[in-house]
Design a protein around this ligand. Structure first.
Ligand SMILES: [Fe+2]
Ligand SMILES: [Fe+2]
Ligand SMILES: [Fe+2]
Length: 413
């Protein structure tokens, strides 16, 4: 099994940043919940490994919340119907052997202490990590970013005390009250220095992770990205499969092919920052809307940049809208700066988009796809070498579409 040496914490931080991409201003929610949760976990004397698990689950706890509309609803302290995103979160995390251990924690992270939950759990039967995250999550939601935090702490604490023993575990509320006596607890939460503060809570070093494990995390992320729109629900997985198949056809080594496949899964990660209204528009985009779409590869780049060891994958994933003639986005790179892997990714992306259905058209015919790709070679947008390779293996590439339709989400977004 091929292993890679990465800082697992930085990888999770990058994922949590991706999950916080939103237009509604709840940036840094995951990392702030992780900070509160780790302080509670330490205070009650949990061991290092358990604190780590609490932090990891906190960093991903709202992974089942995909749309801006749903994210906005959860900002309401008394949000109704919190179960759907918990169930989706569990479903997503179970795809990855590396994240599976967090699935049940995420599933119960809105469970009330006094019961009546769709998970069927109450009181001490709710995983302790879930109870901690629930409390931390609601404290964070109560913080109003436009007001000085120490002027709000009384109000926040009173709200929490009021729900102790009903919504929240009363013992954990006591622990929180103790922590909340320190001004630094609150000031840390609004300091913006989370990347510095959180690693102080837990000891981390680079660890060996299998390439398969990384791919499985990519699979989870691909499902999150593709769930943003009904019309692109297989896109990331299809791009990944096409890119991997092209790498094989070009004779890349197995590890190299898998790395290209992982880049394919993550290529549209930054789409989490694009409103659904733009992604789902049933017609051509206006130039302003097109400008909004353009941020997605920028965010893919900035997020993958956070992970040591992802230097190549970052470029292969985020240059897929660059063009050989330098007229692509967001960096306007010319052919000299675009590696073979980035060029094949661009071809895989366009091919996949053309054969998939879109809000305003069905997947295109082979003749039309060939015509468009060859035109783009002529315009010096795509590399002719990779377009030829794809067209020479057209049926094989096209048939990959069917293999992406398995494991559909049981709880629609
Ligand atoms: Fe949540
Ligand atoms: Fe949350
Ligand atoms: Fe894209």
């Amino acid at each position: 099994m091929q292993l890679v040496n990465i800082n697992y914490f930085k990888l999770l931080m990058a994922l949590s940043t991706a999950l916080d991409l939103t237009g509604s201003g709840m940036m840094k929610h995951h990392v702030r919940v992780a900070l509160i949760a780790s302080r509670i976990a330490h205070k009650i004397g949990l061991d290092q490994d358990t604190v780590k698990r609490v932090v990891h689950a906190s960093l991903l706890h709202d992974i089942g919340t995909i749309t801006f509309t749903e994210k906005a609803k959860l900002e309401d302290f008394e949000a109704a119907d919190t179960y759907s995103h918990c169930a989706r979160g569990r479903w997503l995390l179970e795809f990855s052997p590396l994240l599976r251990g967090l699935a049940e924690i995420v599933h119960s992270h809105h469970d009330r202490w006094d019961g009546g939950n769709k998970t069927g759990l109450s009181g001490d039967d709710i995983p302790l990590a879930s109870r901690i995250i629930h409390l931390a999550d609601r404290v964070d939601v109560l913080i109003n970013n436009s007001e000085y935090v120490l002027h709000q702490r009384k109000f926040i604490i009173n709200k929490i005390i009021d729900l102790s023993g009903r919504v929240f575990d009363p013992y954990l509320v006591e622990v929180l009250l103790d922590l909340a006596n320190q001004e630094s607890f609150w000031l840390d939460l609004t300091s913006g220095m989370y990347e510095k503060l959180l690693p102080k809570e837990i000891r981390y070093s680079r660890e060996k992770v299998s390439v398969q494990g990384l791919l499985s995390i990519g699979e989870v992320l691909a499902r999150v990205i593709d769930s943003k729109s009904r019309f692109t629900h297989i896109h990331s997985r299809l791009v990944s499969k096409v890119a991997l198949q092209m790498s094989k056809a070009a004779g890349f080594s197995p590890g190299h092919c898998q790395a290209v496949g992982a880049a394919g899964l993550l290529h549209d990660l930054g789409k989490l920052a694009v409103p659904e209204a733009v992604l789902e528009k049933p017609g051509p985009l206006t130039s302003k809307e097109y400008d909004i779409i353009k941020c997605h590869t920028y965010y893919t780049y900035r997020i993958l940049e956070m992970v040591d060891g992802f230097e190549d994958i970052k470029c292969w994933a985020s240059y897929h809208h660059e063009k050989l003639n330098g007229k692509g986005y967001p960096f306007g790179l010319e052919y000299k700066k675009l590696s073979d892997e980035s060029r094949l990714m661009a071809v895989s992306d366009i091919f996949s988009a053309l054969v998939e259905d879109r809000p305003y058209r069905l997947g295109l015919s082979r003749h039309k796809v060939e015509q468009i790709l060859l035109e783009k070679v002529k315009e010096k947008e795509l590399d002719g070498k990779w377009v030829s390779l794809l067209l020479d293996n057209y049926n094989e590439m096209y048939n990959l579409k069917d293999s992406c339709k398995t494991n559909e989400n049981p709880i629609p977004f």
